[in-house]
Design a protein around this ligand. Structure first.
Ligand SMILES: [Zn+2]
Length: 70
């Protein structure tokens, strides 16, 4: 799926596709995602510091994580 990545000058509120929770993506975040060639996230982010740093998997919020592993 090709998704257009536009330059965002303002933050954007996205609804998590999994838990429907709104989360904000900052302009800097869009630039970062574009830099590492990934689309902007559709799942709400979670603070990685709450997880063991040696875990390579994608961090979801708790409800998303539970849905993923269930
Ligand atoms: Zn979520």
């Amino acid at each position: 799926m090709e998704s257009e990545i536009k330059t965002h000058s303002t933050s954007s509120v996205q609804a998590c596709q999994n838990c429907r929770k709104d989360f904000t993506i900052e302009p800097d975040d869009f630039a970062f995602y574009e830099k590492i060639k990934v689309p902007s996230p559709t799942f709400c982010p979670e603070f990685e510091t709450s997880y063991a740093p040696d875990r390579p998997e994608i961090i979801y919020c708790e409800s998303c994580y539970n849905a993923e592993v269930a």
